[in-house]
Design a protein around this ligand. Structure first.
Ligand SMILES: [Zn+2]
Ligand SMILES: [Zn+2]
Length: 246
C-alpha cells in the first residue's frame, strides 16, 4: 500500500462518502447517487441466450433464442450476462473503478454483478477473473476483474480461484480494434495456471471481467478453460457494448 492510499483511507474516515460519478454526497461508500443511478441502462430479458445481446422484441421467456451472430458461430462460453449497457455514464463508472483508484466501489459493483448473474452463479462451481498481465498489474496495482470476482465469491459463497488463468503475453490495448483483430490479439494470450489444473477439471466456471466489448477476450479465456478440462464456462461482466443488430 502506498502513501497516497493510506492518506485516502484516512480521509475516508473524515469525509462523507461521495458518488463515484458526480462526487455528490451519498449514504455509503461506493454507491451512486439517485440521479446517476437513473442514467444507468440496466440489462435484462429479453436477450440472446448465449451472448446476452438485448432484443428489442419480446420472446417466449422459456425458450432459448440466439442472436444472428451466435447462430452463425456459437461462442465457446455458454452464457454471457452483464449488469448494464456500456454507455457514457457506465463508462465513467468503469473507468473510475479501473484507473481512478475508486476501488471503494468494488463491493457495490460486485453486488450488482451477483444480482445480474444469479442464474449463472447458481450453476457455477468456481469463479475466476480475466487476468491482467503482471506488467500492467504492476502499473495499475490491482486487477479490477479480480476485485469483482472476490466480491461475487463473498456474497455467493462460491469458491474463487484468482489465478486460474495467467497471461502468457502482453497484448496491445484493444481500444479501436475490430473483432477479427481482437481475436488474433488474444489468441494464445491466456493459459490455465498449471498449479490450478486439478481445481478446474470437470468444473463449471464463471469468468468475471469488467467490460464485454466484442467478446474476444472472454471467448479466448473460455476456449482455454474448456481445453483445460472445464465442463462449461459462463461469463459475467459489469458492462456490455451494445451495437445495433447487423
Ligand atoms: Zn452521482
Ligand atoms: Zn448472441
Amino acid at each position: 500500500m502506498n502513501l497516497r492510499r493510506i492518506a485516502n483511507r484516512a480521509l475516508d474516515v473524515l469525509l462523507p462518502p461521495q458518488c463515484p460519478l458526480c462526487n455528490g454526497v451519498v449514504d455509503a461508500h461506493g454507491v451512486l447517487c439517485g440521479g446517476c443511478w437513473q442514467q444507468i441502462d440496466f440489462l435484462g430479458d429479453p436477450r440472446c441466450s448465449a451472448c446476452g445481446l438485448p432484443f428489442e422484441f419480446d420472446i417466449d421467456p422459456t425458450e432459448a433464442v440466439l442472436c444472428g451472430a451466435c447462430v452463425r458461430e456459437h461462442p465457446p462460453f455458454t452464457r454471457a450476462r452483464a449488469v448494464m449497457v456500456y454507455g457514457n455514464v457506465s463508462r465513467k463508472l468503469v473507468l473510475a473503478f479501473k484507473h481512478g483508484d475508486r476501488t471503494d466501489t468494488a463491493p457495490a459493483l460486485g453486488r450488482w454483478l451477483a444480482r445480474a448473474g444469479r442464474a449463472l452463479i447458481e450453476d457455477a462451481d468456481v469463479i475466476a477473473p480475466v487476468p491482467l498481465h503482471w506488467t500492467r498489474l504492476f502499473a495499475r496495482r490491482y486487477n479490477q476483474a479480480a476485485l469483482l470476482a472476490g466480491v461475487v465469491g463473498e456474497v455467493s459463497a462460491v469458491a474463487v480461484v484468482q489465478d486460474m488463468l495467467v497471461r502468457r503475453k502482453r497484448t496491445p490495448p484493444q481500444g479501436r480494434m475490430g473483432w477479427a483483430k481482437r481475436r488474433r490479439n488474444v489468441a494464445g494470450a491466456f493459459k490455465v495456471n498449471p498449479a490450478r489444473r486439478d481445481a478446474l477439471l470437470g468444473k463449471r466456471v464463471l469468468l468475471i471481467d469488467d467490460v464485454l466489448t466484442t467478446g474476444a477476450t472472454v471467448a479466448g479465456c473460455a476456449k482455454v478453460l474448456l481445453r483445460g478440462g472445464a465442463a462449461a464456462v459462463d461469463v459475467l461482466t459489469l458492462a456490455r457494448v451494445v451495437r445495433a443488430a447487423v
